[in-house]
Design a protein around this ligand. Structure first.
Ligand code: HEC
Ligand code: HEC
Ligand code: HEC
Length: 129
């Protein structure tokens, strides 16, 4: 009995030791990111610098932006299949709207407008080449 308990404790400890680093790798983003359109979508504008770490500190709750994240497993990118993966601006789930929809407080532009903070003009986020 005692031996079985000890064995299960050792197993549990080992599982934790291996699982924890994987978990943090799946949920940790670099402090500074450069956002681009997904492969296959032509880019008319320059890539966008996004201080992810600053926004984490600012907003605390990851789910504000990662609104399909359940709190465990991988954090999905915005343009994952079935998400904001439509190339045409007019589509409801377009890649463009995910970042510019003025009516959404979760899009970059929508939140910056609502908060009256952060860059709002095209060239502030997409600097001229
Ligand atoms: C202000 C919005 C915002 C907040 C708040 C935020 N993130 Fe993010 N995060 C993003 C954006 C935008 C990306 C880039 C997604 C992409 O490339 O499609 C991203 C990317 C990531 C990625 C990389 C995913 C991938 O494979 O593309 C991880 C991991 C991540 N965030 C974790 C977190 C965690 C954990 C928190 C909370 C502590 C958090 N984020 C808070 C906006 C945010
Ligand atoms: C839910 C709200 C929210 C969302 C979503 C959001 N931001 Fe911000 N962002 C802010 C606020 C608030 C500030 C102002 C921070 C300050 O002045 O200290 C800011 C500031 C910034 C800054 C300036 C940082 C600096 O050092 O001055 C950049 C660049 C930026 N945001 C880019 C983005 C991009 C790109 C996205 C979308 C991928 C995004 N933000 C999404 C709230 C948001
Ligand atoms: C708060 C930051 C921010 C502002 C302001 C902003 N954008 Fe964006 N934009 C992004 C992000 C983030 C992406 C997604 C990453 C990428 O494609 O570079 C994006 C992508 C795009 C795309 C699709 C990709 C491409 O390069 O063709 C277009 C088009 C675009 N933006 C045009 C504009 C225009 C026009 C304005 C001004 C009305 C504007 N953006 C203002 C952050 C911003």
């Amino acid at each position: 009995m005692k031996k079985a308990l000890l064995t299960s404790l050792v197993v549990a400890a080992l599982v934790c030791a291996f699982a924890l680093p994987n978990l943090s790798a799946a949920t940790k983003a670099p402090a500074d990111m450069v956002l681009k359109a997904p492969e296959g979508m032509k880019m008319k504008k320059t890539p966008v610098a996004f201080p992810h770490g600053k926004h984490e500190a600012l907003l605390k709750d990851c789910k504000v932006c990662h609104h399909t994240y359940e709190g465990s497993g991988d954090v999905k990118g915005c343009s994952s299949a079935g998400c904001h993966d439509q190339a045409s601006k007019k589509e409801k789930m377009s890649f463009y709207k995910a970042f510019h929809d003025k009516k959404s407080k979760v899009s970059c532009l929508g939140c910056h407008k609502a908060e009256k903070k952060g860059p709002k003009s095209c060239k502030d986020c997409h600097p001229k080449k």
